[in-house]
Ligand binder design. Structure first.
Ligand code: AAE
Length: 658
């Protein structure tokens, strides 16, 4: 937050670190070749990157030696939002760039991936082997008739096969999309049915928390409900035989075909990610091959300071955009660490153990995990050799001040702590890591390059030192090219451009401090966001209200000051029903089975009825504000509520939780 006397930084990079940072070399080079400011450090570079947006992205493409097989005519032919047109006329391939390190004979035998499961035995996959498998699988996909633009789906945990399948799909010009195997059939179908995949890669089950979870029945349901599928590939993680009519993974990656990288237009779709809004099916967000390539090179190669000597570990699942960003670590030549398992198995310190075992140099996790470690009394530097770790990064929710202090005290005093924030919508960060800037407690270091990040009041006035809506006033290459099945673009426009036409309004509360750092305060709409994974309240209502005992329900997600996330479900019961343990258990089981364990609320609370707007919409944001302690007159426009007397309950609940 803004203050008269600037607070002492928790960490300041030393001159050697600043000199060695990739962003320092980039700035010097961009000054020489593209007129970037040589002096003034990051703030000057950032201003230049947004003022001279085209030149900045041209410089990024040149610095990372992006291979355009057809040269571009213009960097940014149209900067409208939505509808920006980047690198027009250019062709390239994302997967070709991800496998470039394999072309270097000195690196071919080094690990591209290090895969770890709950046995904690790291299994490396060399660059040469990764390239071979991608080449083999891409050839098989082509033989199966997969053509550029066809969707290829994965119901997979965070294993090497998932990364190979993504890269092979991109090599063919197909469009990748994935869900984690803890998603229930309904959740997966709500996503995959929208995009009609022609191929499904699936496991038979997965291991989590020391237990095997058989998913064969769910897979059978997916096959039955996805008539677009032409092929299903069985990956026997639990060792079961391939079911009738499926292809066996080992046979598909046995060949030696040289990878053929389809050269696609810059704006050709790379993947579809999903993000739940407040209503309707999850948004099916399409990002482009070229847009993701450039944005991730910038984000990982400049902001995260990753290069060939690094090992990049982020705890994530294939159902979160952080997995896509993690795989993109390959673009920088870094070794990528894939962990498939529970974050806290066999104990809360598990992730630190993985960081130790794999010699991770950048270890990323959720802010919630950091806070859980603090609470559980984990002592990372005492119990694990973390000497390789240069940076611990967090996302999913803002890292609270105590989380910064704990990492500093319990991991290393000379630790670069990067709290970063962006979202699925851009598959990247609006603000976060800068190796050359100090870290202040509770703050993200700075807005990202090429991102004119602002805090706006409701009239569109930029604010400094005050909470406002998170706004980006310029296009970013990784912004969605469109949503799937949104032919007139109306859902896309409604999602980001309705409040302030022509600029991106993300739906988070943000403060830009007078020192240029950033504080994120959580969602400004009612979207549920648990550890970075957005969930639609509508999905929960649909599942819960199918139970005859529930008349209506209301779910709220609350970012708490200690970094926690509290997600209560309020239920209005049918007459004659009691909210006893058996009903609570049935509600939770229904949500877990139909949606996912992540959707299960923290608490189920009975209410006399659910308040609505006069047009019949459940009032989620005002209830959230009341629970956050906002006074009634500021939280709610009483005149627009059908039964204002119901609101006192939430005010009282907020008081009792303080
Ligand atoms: C980078 C991010 O913003 C990840 C998330 O929290 O969704």
């Amino acid at each position: 937050m803004t203050s008269a006397t600037p607070p002492e930084p928790l960490w300041t990079p030393g001159p050697e670190r600043i000199a060695a940072a990739r962003i320092t070399a980039f700035q010097a080079w961009a000054a020489e070749h593209h007129g970037a400011p040589a002096e003034g450090g990051y703030p000057a570079l950032h201003s230049w990157s947004v003022d001279e947006l085209d030149t900045f992205w041209q410089a990024v493409a040149e610095w990372f030696d992006v291979r355009f097989s057809t040269p571009y005519e213009s960097v940014l032919a149209d900067r409208s939002m939505p509808g920006a047109r980047w690198f027009t006329g250019a062709t390239l391939n994302y997967a070709e760039h991800a496998l470039r390190a394999a072309e270097d004979p000195a690196r071919a035998g080094e690990p591209a991936l290090i895969c770890v499961d709950e046995t904690h035995q790291p299994v490396p996959v060399t660059w040469a082997e990764l390239r071979r498998q991608v080449g083999a699988l891409a050839a098989e996909l082509r033989a199966l008739g997969v053509r550029p633009g066809d969707r290829v789906s994965g119901y997979l945990p965070n294993i090497a096969e998932a990364a190979v399948a993504l890269l092979a799909t991109a090599a063919v010009g197909g469009v990748w999309t994935s869900c984690a195997p803890d998603f229930g059939a309904r959740s997966v179908l709500d996503r995959f049915q929208q995009v009609e995949p022609v191929v499904l890669f699936t496991v038979d089950g997965y291991r989590y928390g020391g237990k095997e979870h058989d998913r064969r029945e769910t897979v059978a349901e997916l096959r039955a409900e996805l008539p677009s599928l032409r092929a299903v590939v069985h990956i026997p993680l639990l060792g079961t035989p391939a079911p009738e009519g499926t292809l066996a993974w080992p046979e598909l990656v046995a060949g030696d075909a040289e990878p053929v990288f389809e050269q696609v237009p810059f704006e050709h779709p790379l993947w579809v990610l999903y993000s739940s809004g407040t209503t309707g099916l999850p948004k099916a967000i399409v990002q482009s091959q070229g847009g993701i390539l450039l944005e991730h090179l910038k984000q990982l190669g400049l902001h995260s300071d990753l290069g060939p000597q690094d090992r990049f570990f982020w705890f994530t699942s294939t159902g979160w955009m952080m997995w896509n960003l993690l795989v993109s670590g390959l673009l920088t030549g870094s070794t990528v660490v894939l962990y498939d398992g529970s974050p806290g198995y066999p104990d809360t310190g598990a992730q630190w153990r993985i960081a130790e075992l794999t010699k991770a140099t950048l270890y990323g996790t959720s802010a919630a995990y950091v806070m859980a470690c603090r609470k559980a009394g984990v002592h990372p530097s005492r119990d694990y050799d973390l000497s390789a770790v240069k940076c611990v990064a967090t996302t999913g929710s803002p890292l609270p001040p105590d989380g910064f202090r704990w990492l500093h005290d319990e991991v290393a005093e000379d630790l670069w702590i990067a709290s970063v924030s962006g979202g699925t919508d851009v598959c990247s960060c609006f603000a976060g890591a800068v190796a050359t800037l100090p870290v202040h407690i509770g703050e993200l270091q700075a807005p990202s390059l090429g991102t004119d990040l602002q805090s706006w009041d409701p009239s569109g006035k930029p604010l400094v030192g005050e909470v406002g809506e998170l706004i980006v006033t310029n296009p970013m290459p990784s912004m969605p090219i469109h949503f799937w099945n949104d032919p007139d673009g109306s859902r896309y426009r409604e999602s980001y451009f309705e409040m302030f036409p022509g600029v991106w309004r993300h739906g988070d509360w943000i403060t830009i401090t007078d020192r240029g750092s950033v504080v994120i305060h959580g969602r400004s709409d009612s979207t549920l966001n648990r550890q970075g994974v957005r969930m639609g309240s509508a999905d929960i209502y649909e599942a819960v209200e199918r139970l005859p005992e529930i008349k209506e329900s209301l779910v709220i997600g609350l970012e708490e000051p200690n970094g926690g996330y509290w997600m209560p479900l309020f239920v209005h019961l049918a007459p004659g029903t009691t909210l006893d343990d058996a009903l609570r258990a049935r509600i939770k089981a229904t949500i877990r089975e139909e949606l996912s364990p992540r959707h299960v609320p923290d608490e189920i609370i009975e209410v006399p009825a659910v308040p609505h707007t006069l047009t019949g919409k459940r009032i989620e944001v005002p209830v959230k504000r009341l629970l956050q302690g906002t006074p009634m007159d500021k939280a709610v426009n009483i005149g627009s509520v059908d039964r204002p007397e119901l609101l006192a309950f939430y005010e009282e609940l907020a008081r009792s939780r303080r």
